[in-house]
Design a binder for this molecule. Structure first.
Ligand code: HEM
Length: 507
């Protein structure tokens, strides 16, 4: 018996030794054959952080790509990084060899969102959570939300139409938050929605701030808000369990989950994934909606064409009924192409981060273990080889599908966006009601880009609040068409020949 045990341990020891030898050999082989990608690591520690932040990051990456090619190294915020600006390299990292690269976020950010949120994970936990999130946001599940999303869109638009100047981005954030809450909880009472909104907005203010436990700082306030969010979510979960309200929304799926051994998810895992989804859903959708309005505003002919499409689809087939259905959204090719082109041109998620889990060799280059790896979506979307005249906003380019792996506004592979159908639907619904019923005007300049952290036009695109066209037509029946309204000249508006017409209305 003793001999058997000794043999067993000897085998374990020898096989460990052998694996270690193979591992070392493999590493040496990489080191001998592969070399680091070209590029500059900048100053010790800070690397090229200052260069990147002192200019538009997309200009920084584009100039590097021009100088070094599609794969180059740099050091940002103390981390050595390999940037990948070709579709093949992005595919290698995200789709074909994703197990070699793990998601990576600063610990301070992970703590605020919640460490169990799916996008911080890799492997079996990620796969299980992803399946669950994907089924909650499948096209079938999303479709059912249309009437409720419409209600939110209509009430958001009505709340803007009070003659003030609004920041489009901030208003779109409110809209996206409400839709996020709807898709996670289904119907949720107003008190909970208010409490979640209040605390979530404190959380996001601290998200990009210096992490410290010092009371009074934005990060500390955010940590406190995160704790309160846990309590609110626990309360909602308790109520839902008590009332057996575990329907087909995300919370329902999280509550119904059982693994192979019958284990359920903990309250913490549920809370982290809910906050994670809210985080992933809000600013992204709000930012792209803001860009869509900017691009349409910059091209009045295109705006008219999109409006005409919206109007035609309702009038021709549905007797003028402005209510949206899934079928209607499938019959708006121009609107859809405007959405696709906005996602390409704005490329609000310019790149993503991964970390090499082992030494990796790609096209003769070594990506050492622990280095950050960044597929650069924006550079690919703005490469003239894949998108002719990429700086031009041209929705008609999507009459033909883009080349494979060149279009990734929602990422690619095992971490690709599970909320993409919902995001597109939110855009369709808001655009439809806004274009059919409202008119707005830009206030001030919108030529610069601000990062918050997603790119948005400066000041979040300030517009004079949308005015209800029908209401104006009703009050000024002599006007054949209200051509333009300016918040500054309110309560005047211009008729189609640009004559100022005074109408004494308050909407
Ligand atoms: C226009 C709006 C949106 C854009 C451009 C966008 C883009 C992206 C991208 C590029 C990724 C992949 C990130 C990576 O690979 O590291 C991603 C992941 C994710 N998105 Fe979105 N997203 C949007 C809206 C939404 C919405 C509405 C939801 C929720 C319903 C959502 C939920 C998620 C989640 C949970 C992940 C993580 C998936 C995983 O790690 O498996 N996103 N999104």
């Amino acid at each position: 018996m003793k001999l058997l045990v000794t043999i067993f341990y000897a085998i374990i020891f020898l096989s460990s030794l052998f694996s270690y030898y193979l591992f070392k050999k493999e590493r040496r082989r990489h080191k001998q054959t592969a070399r680091l990608p070209p590029g500059s690591m900048g100053w010790p520690c800070i690397g090229e952080t200052l260069q990147m932040y002192s200019q538009d990051p997309s200009v920084f990456f584009a100039s590097k790509q021009k100088r070094y090619g599609d794969i180059f190294k740099t050091r940002i915020l103390g981390c050595p990084c390999v940037m990948l600006a070709s579709p093949e390299a992005a595919r290698f990292v995200l789709v074909t060899q994703p197990h070699l690269f793990k998601p990576t976020y600063p610990k301070s950010k992970e703590k605020l969102i919640g460490p169990s949120a799916l996008f911080f994970h890799h492997g079996s936990y990620h796969a299980r959570m992803r399946k669950l999130v994907q089924s909650s946001f499948s096209p079938e599940a999303t479709r059912k939300l249309i009437p409720d999303i419409e209600t939110i869109a209509i009430s958001s638009l009505e709340s803007w139409a009070n003659g003030q100047v609004i920041s489009t981005f901030l208003e779109m954030k409110k809209y996206a938050f409400e839709v996020g809450i709807l898709s996670i909880f289904g119907q949720l009472n107003k008190t909970y929605t208010y409490q979640l909104k209040e605390n979530y907005s404190i959380l996001e203010k601290g998200y990009n701030c210096f992490p410290t436990k010092l009371p009074g700082t934005a990060y500390h306030k955010a940590s406190m808000a995160r704790r309160r969010l846990n309590q609110i979510l626990e309360e909602i979960v308790r109520e839902r369990k008590e009332n057996k309200l575990v329907a087909g929304n995300l919370l329902g799926h999280l509550l119904n989950f059982r693994d192979q051994k019958g284990n359920t998810l903990s309250d913490q895992q549920i809370a982290d994934n809910i906050i994670g989804v809210l985080f992933a859903a809000q600013d992204t959708t709000a930012s792209i909606l803001t860009w869509i309005l900017k691009y349409l505003n910059d091209d009045p002919k295109l705006l008219d064409a999109v409006k005409a499409e919206q109007k035609a689809i309702c009038e021709s087939e549905y007797g003028g009924n402005p209510t949206l259905t899934w079928a209607k959204t499938r019959k708006m090719p121009l609107t859809y192409r405007v959405i696709l082109e906005s996602l390409r041109k704005a490329s609000i998620i310019s790149f993503t981060f991964r970390e090499a889990a082992v030494d990796v060799e790609y096209k003769g280059y070594l990506i050492p273990k622990g280095w950050k790896v960044m597929p650069l979506f924006r550079n690919i979307h703005h490469n003239p080889e894949f998108f002719t005249d990429p700086g031009n906003f041209d929705p008609f380019r999507f009459e033909n599908p883009p080349k494979p792996n060149t279009y990734m506004p929602f990422g690619n592979g095992i971490h690709a966006c599970p909320g993409n159908e919902l995001a597109k639907l939110e855009m369709f619904v808001l655009l439809h009601h806004m274009l059919m019923k409202y008119r707005w005007e830009l206030v001030g300049s919108a030529s610069l880009i601000q990062y918050s952290p997603f790119p948005v036009p400066e000041h979040g695109l300030r517009v004079s609040a949308p005015f209800v066209l029908d209401k104006i037509r009703e009050l000024a029946p002599s006007l054949r068409m209200v051509h333009s309204i300016n918040a500054l000249t309110w309560p005047f508006c211009l008729d189609s020949s640009e004559r100022v017409v005074a109408i004494n209305v308050s909407i």
